[in-house]
Write a protein that binds this ligand. Structure first.
Ligand code: MG
Length: 295
């Protein structure tokens, strides 16, 4: 806007009010930082040749000085699970469960104080009806998460009652686990769904009893000082190596709030435990690791 034109004919009082308005809007725009990098381009003539330069966020393209552009840390990759053979974690992962009873006891706790408890058997964490959910003692925010699980080989129910569990990022946002092998239910409640919010792109579910895996990239939501969501959570999810959620911005909470309604965002701390749902069905877990990621 042409400010001279804008102020033409305004009284002093109006001009002061307008200046305050411009200052507030300016401050607001400053606060709404985007993730767009700052790119600058220029050129120099060297020996009659034009040489082009570019910097991204103040770092030159192809910068060799490692003080200005440090190399990423070296990570030894793990392996993907194959059938009954579990995968292995990358070298920098926080291993939450590796099939040993020690890790089950060291890293996990029950959400409720009921007497019935999950137990350890043959390399897996096994739920018990009415024992409630299980959660990590450690807290996490944005992360890459790997989880291996198997629903019961014995099929006794259908729909949401068949092999129901879930992985709750930050104890709040559910990536649904369900035995969805030839088991129809509503799309946003089958395996691979962000429960009630986003149906999966595909259904690569394996047969009941077979080991399956989730690989999840999660950006936590960020809340402002008033408790309103300033940046919504984002998910990319692979189920058995197949993308089922691709850069999905989570529109709200994933809690059940009636047969056709999900919960809303509610402000919470920057880090919270990872939680596994106990829906009363036998869904067992092995080999769980996490890599914390910057927001
Ligand atoms: Mg569930």
């Amino acid at each position: 806007m042409n400010l001279v034109y804008f102020f033409k004919g305004k009284t002093m009082k109006n001009m002061i009010a307008a200046l305050i308005f411009v200052a507030v809007i300016g401050a607001g725009c400053g606060a709404l930082k985007t993730n767009e990098p700052v790119i600058k381009e220029w050129s120099k003539t060297i020996d009659d040749k034009v040489v082009y330069y570019m910097s991204i966020d103040g770092v030159m393209v192809h910068e060799k000085d490692q003080a200005k552009s440090p190399l990423p840390p070296v990570v030894t990759p793990g392996t993907h699970p194959l059938g009954d053979k579990p995968g292995t974690p990358p070298s920098d992962a926080v291993v939450l469960f590796d099939g040993t009873e020690k890790m089950f006891k060291d890293n996990w706790e029950h959400v409720s104080s009921r007497k019935t408890k999950w137990f350890y058997k043959d390399g897996a964490m096994v739920p018990v009806k009415r024992a409630g959910d299980l959660r990590t003692k450690q807290e996490f925010g944005s992360c890459q998460l790997h989880v291996e699980f198997a629903t019961s080989a014995k099929v006794t129910s259908a729909g949401q009652g068949r092999g129901n569990s879930g992985v709750f990022l930050m104890g709040t946002y559910e990536v649904q686990i369900l035995d969805s092998y030839k088991n129809d239910t509503y799309a946003d409640g089958q395996i691979g769904a962000l429960y009630g919010r986003s149906k999966p792109l595909a259904n690569p579910a394996l047969k009941p009893g077979q080991w399956q895996s989730y690989d999840i990239i999660f950006d936590r939501p960020i809340f402002d000082k008033d408790g309103k969501v300033a940046k919504k959570a984002q998910f990319t999810v692979m189920l058995n190596g197949v993308v089922v959620q691709k850069h999905v911005v989570l529109s709200g909470g994933t809690g059940w709030k009636g047969p056709n309604c999900a919960t809303h965002y509610k402000a919470h701390p920057d880090k919270l435990p990872l939680q596994i749902q106990n829906h009363g069905n036998e869904v067992i877990f092995r080999n769980i690791w996490i890599r914390e990621l910057a927001d």
